[in-house]
Design a protein around this ligand. Structure first.
Ligand code: DQA
Length: 153
């Protein structure tokens, strides 16, 4: 039984991780924390389950694979959580895939991109997402799951 009562229209979500996030746990832990991607996924999956949602996970270092995965998600999922990593700041293709999907998408960053280098302060996907969570580390994914689960429509 879910731990609080949301609507149940949102059933299946896809969590997408971009380039170099496969290295979490070892990669600049002072910025990105000590959790591995597997640990992050299992925490997000547990939060999803507690809310009555099913979550699948995908990581790629390739922009094209991420675009293909978003395109294929349209018919299979009710919402997407994405951390496009470095592609956040460069990828018109991922932005267009998000727009084309018609799905509610939540953007997540482990670090607070607005406290970092200038080039990280611009997200090309922020305005085609329903919202952005940035700077809360691993907790950001659980918050994103809650955000999707609590959407009214
Ligand atoms: C990141 C921030 C990006 O600027 C960076 O390229 C990443 C991770 C984050 O989660 O904080 O790889 O998306």
């Amino acid at each position: 039984m879910p731990d609080f009562c949301y609507n149940y229209i949102m059933k299946k979500i896809l969590v997408i991780h971009g380039p170099n996030l496969n290295l979490l746990g070892e990669r600049e832990p002072e910025i990105y924390g000590n959790f591995t991607l597997e640990e992050i996924n299992s925490k997000a999956a547990a939060r999803a389950k507690s809310l009555g949602l099913e979550a699948d996970f995908f990581q790629s270092n390739s922009e094209g694979d991420i675009v293909d995965t978003i395109g294929a998600a349209r018919k299979k999922y009710d919402g997407i959580i994405i951390n496009p990593a470095a592609y956040t700041h460069t990828s018109v293709a991922i932005r267009d895939a998000i727009s084309a999907s018609g799905l509610p998408v939540v953007e997540v960053h482990l670090s607070n991109i607005y406290k970092r280098e200038d080039f990280r302060r611009k997200s090309l996907i922020a305005d085609v997402c329903v919202g952005q969570i940035s700077g809360f580390g691993v907790t950001g994914y659980a918050l994103a799951v809650e955000a999707l689960a609590s959407r009214p429509e």
